[in-house]
Design a protein around this ligand. Structure first.
Ligand code: TYD
Length: 206
């Protein structure tokens, strides 16, 4: 099973990924946790470039760097793990490119889908969580944590377009997505995430 987490800045994805990993391991499942950008040695170098506030990058170049990161990640980490029967949990995946570079930057969505299909060789997640939080709140959480990467420095309007983008992606493919209100205590979010995963695992084992 391939599970991905999506969400805006400060939505708590990374914490929830870790909590889900622990819970599944405790139940005896083999789990690989990974992330985009990153997840491979090449990807971690691309990540450093992509998040650096000093990087000047045009939208199309930005998209292609994320696509290169993703192609490496799928071929070197995700597919081999899935082939070995391991549950893969990725902190962000191709939906991030549709939301950020498509809806956020305004790049053509049809072109973007072709590039994503090429980069991933058609690999789609089985289940995707959207940890939904008002961008104003999310950015405030990041500011509090002293975080300010290249995206956190974008205007609020950009983050609002990203969120609307996620809503459109969910509406187009509701069976793959689970939207969870991230403006709730951590344990409540965790419980909601786990309930969905448990249900999917039960269906798989039937
Ligand atoms: P991440 O480390 O998940 O940031 P955060 O934990 O702050 O949410 O992701 C890094 C940034 O990269 C994030 O702001 C979204 C952006 N991004 C894209 O614009 N396109 C993509 O395809 C991916 C994977 C990430």
């Amino acid at each position: 099973m391939f599970i991905t987490f999506e969400g805006g800045e400060g939505s708590g994805k990374t914490t929830q990924v870790r909590l889900l990993e622990e819970r599944l391991r405790g139940l005896g499942y083999r789990v690989v946790v990974t992330r985009e950008p990153g997840g491979t040695p090449l990807g971690e170098r691309l990540r450093a470039l992509l998040l650096d506030v000093n990087t000047q990058v045009e939208p199309r170049a930005e998209l292609l760097l994320y696509a290169a990161d993703r192609a490496q990640h799928v071929a070197a980490v995700v597919r081999p793990a899935l082939a070995a029967g391991v549950i893969v949990i990725s902190d962000r995946y191709a939906d991030s490119a549709l939301a950020y570079q498509g809806y956020g930057r305004g790049l053509d969505l049809a072109a973007l889908r072709h590039i994503m299909a090429f980069a991933t060789d058609g690999l789609q997640p089985d289940l995707t969580f959207f940890l939904d939080l008002d961008p104003q709140q999310g950015l405030a959480r990041c500011a509090q944590a002293g975080k300010a990467d290249r995206f956190e420095a974008q205007a609020l309007a950009f983050h609002q377009r990203v969120r609307e983008g996620y809503f459109a992606l969910i509406a187009a493919e509701p069976e793959r997505w689970a939207r969870i209100d991230a403006d709730q205590p951590l344990a409540v979010v965790q419980g909601a995430v786990f309930a969905v995963v448990e249900e999917r695992l039960r269906l798989l084992q039937r």
